[in-house]
Design a protein around this ligand. Structure first.
Ligand code: ZN
Ligand code: ZN
Length: 146
């Protein structure tokens, strides 16, 4: 499994050489601020499988989960590329929006539904968490290296 990607302006490019450990749609308030009022859609990959070229800027906040999150984004166009949690140094949370289509990614769970606006619609087929779910397992049999 592999993916390629780019930010909106193309200065940042990605190569990802693994399947995601999990995928999530997040409705926390910070994600709504990043995503124009909607949710973010994210794929959590083994950190070593994510290769990024181009300049990245970063900002570090305390997330709603209590973890320290560092958000990495293109300094030219502002596109969010990935987030790094202090609680999961071996994983990178890549935003669906920077992954080239077509791809096979879709959210497997919806998280922080407590913070979602009244108009939000959740796919009833997806596992749902009111707040922060447990971290995904650090490796999965579907992960291929390289
Ligand atoms: Zn850019
Ligand atoms: Zn969030």
């Amino acid at each position: 499994m592999s993916y390629t990607g780019r930010c909106a302006c193309g200065k940042v490019t990605l190569q990802i050489g693994a399947a995601p450990l999990t995928t999530r749609q997040c409705w926390c308030r910070q994600c709504q601020a990043l995503a124009a009022g909607g949710a973010t859609n994210n794929a959590i990959f083994p950190a070593e499988a994510v290769h990024i070229e181009g300049p990245l800027a970063a900002s570090t906040w305390q997330a709603a989960s209590g973890n320290t999150l560092t958000f990495h984004f293109c300094p030219a166009c502002g596109t969010q590329v990935y987030a790094q949690s202090s609680a999961r140094p071996t994983m990178k949370t890549v935003r669906f929006g920077v992954i080239d289509q077509p791809h096979d990614l879709a959210p497997q769970a919806v998280i922080w539904t407590d913070d979602a606006p009244a108009w939000a619609v959740f796919d009833p087929a997806l596992e749902r968490f009111a707040r922060q779910p447990p971290a995904p397992a650090p490796s999965s049999p579907t992960v291929s290296q390289g």
